[in-house]
Design a protein around this ligand. Sequence first.
Ligand code: HEC
Ligand code: HEC
Length: 636
Amino acid sequence: MTFPQIGRLIAVMNRAGRSDAPDRSLPAEASGPVARAFRAVPVRLRAMLLLGLGSVTIVAAQAGAQSEGEVKETEAGIPVTSKLVIEKCAGCHAPDDKGNLTRISWVRTTPEGWSQAISRMVKLNGLQITPAETREVLKYLSTYHGLAPSEAKPVMYMPEERIIEEKIPTKLLHNTCASCHAFGKPMSWRRSKAEWTLLRAMHVSLYSQAESQYEQPLEGGDDDDEEGVSNRPGSDAGFHEAVDADGAASGKKKTRGDVAFAEMTKLAPLHTPEWAAWRSRIRSPQLSGKWVVSASSPAKGRFVGEMTITPGAAADEFKTSITLRSLSGGASLTRTGAAIVYGGYSWRGRSQGGAGKDAVPGDLSSEARETMWFSPDQASAEGRWFWGAYNEFGFDVKLTRVTGGPVIGAVTPGAVKPGMKGVSFHILGDNLPTGLAPAEISLGEGVKVTGIVSAGPSDLVVNADIASDAPAGLRDVSVRGAVLEKAFPVYTRVDYLKVTPETAMARLGGIKYPKGYQLFEAVGYDNGADGKPGTADDVAVGPVDVSWSIDEFMTVSYDDDKKYVGTIDANTGLFTPNVAGPNPERRFGRNNYGEVWVVATAKSLKGKDGKPLAARAYLVTTVPMYRRWDQPEIAP
Ligand code: HEC
Ligand code: HEC
């Protein structure tokens, strides 16, 4: 099977990542937007495109084993104290006199990282282990050879299955490590210097294209730093130099692999201040009790509700029951589930909402996986509950523990305008106090509480006036000590729309492979105080009522992708991709893949020119993911 179009996309992506040179292989009028669009393709999405091609193959079994002898471990290891881990792993990973097991004692990673390493041991090295034993090993290793919460937080988008624009510290790491998988993959690990070196050997023997990536000499493009150095102080050039000095003794000409792995040893070493501080604080999670849930789901709106957590079969296992109430007039939802908490803070759960097999795509009652990060004080959590063949549907959630005091989960009606009088605000939450004076309630600058309409423990209703000169912006709401930050916006007008996700991907399917859907949402924005769109002071007003359509994305003059890639629901913004398989109607009998614009046109809002406000997103519809790397099944 050939994928000329996707091949071209990847070629363009690679180019877009490296330079701004015009793409001469494309018609002149097309090169601009294509290159621009692909510079905007999040790295993770690029990685998924690449993996979907099956370009990475496993070729060897006993990988890396022979190089173990050549690389000397010099750092202190983390001793393994679990009897089960020693029983299962020490046969091949011999212990030293301090209780360190080779390899294992010099790496730390997330539950997903350990899960993947263990399944590789089973598949390639003949480890024999039952599912129950795997779970115990996983719990131990991701706790005592895990990440500190502050190390895990920046890579939570990996287990949350979010597609984001990654911040990669250097151009070279972008080019060398983010072409096959997200950069979040390496950043989910901490390893000794020797272990980063051994990982390189493992890549070269297992993944066919790694060697050619790593053996390339450093090139000019590796240094120009379009990516920014947002993760780390100091200039990129300085960082490369510091790393270069380390290996200067060898005298050999440096390759990209040399520098990339040297950079990883600095970015993600085994021993860190974060880990040192966390190690002694590790304890069983005490999460039982009542939590207020604030949730939102793209195109479905905001929800508020409650999650009751009760103890499960072990100290780190829990059962849940959840109720969610829609704030935009949708139905209420109830869910029940179970979860394991790894490392004392990292929640992996699963819950059922009652949706049957014939549920429509994106049905909010679907069975969902839950990934959440609990703050070390165990008072709040945030994460994502998701489902779909590509985890494309989900809720973004925030939890706040209900102790004795009031908790605010959400405030309606949402966006308000200066000059509005007698607006009835509902402050929704738990343990909300009664017998309040208006002065004990704050709705933020320029929003004056004029009276209390009713005060229930979960719904406090107040009237308020919005001053005619109230500045645009988000307001915090507080009630006697409880605060909800960024609870609602004040805005003057919707100046422009934005479609999210701005760069999206769907996958053909429906016969042999499942479809990968994409749900779009149009959000209105106020230009903010400076009157200019696209600046930091812009205010997101909220979802806007629009009609959805698809437009041709001009790449090749005889392209007709619009007819083949799939359809979008004009009202809901749900894109349903076409079936896969060569299509005899298409030129060259191509598959139904392609690139289109997804266009949102406001039903009632107009711009300064009197025309309806509109915005668009770029959508790639590609082939199914034939090979899945994302296997970790670590939820109950
Ligand atoms: C039958 C032998 C065998 C057993 C049992 C075994 N391993 Fe391994 N392990 C290997 C070999 C060989 C390598 C080096 C090649 C590789 O990376 O696959 C390795 C490498 C590793 C690595 C380094 C991989 C990397 O990311 O670079 C980790 C981590 C690891 N093993 C973990 C474990 C754990 C945890 C267990 C027990 C649950 C275990 N192994 C049991 C044979 C084994
Ligand atoms: C040629 C493709 C390719 C390149 C380039 C590549 N990787 Fe990987 N890497 C893989 C594959 C495939 C896996 C295993 C599947 C997975 O975890 O997604 C993997 C897994 C990993 C893991 C998990 C290891 C484990 O024991 O499970 C780490 C860490 C990692 N890569 C780091 C890096 C770093 C750092 C770079 C750049 C220096 C890099 N990778 C470049 C293909 C690549």
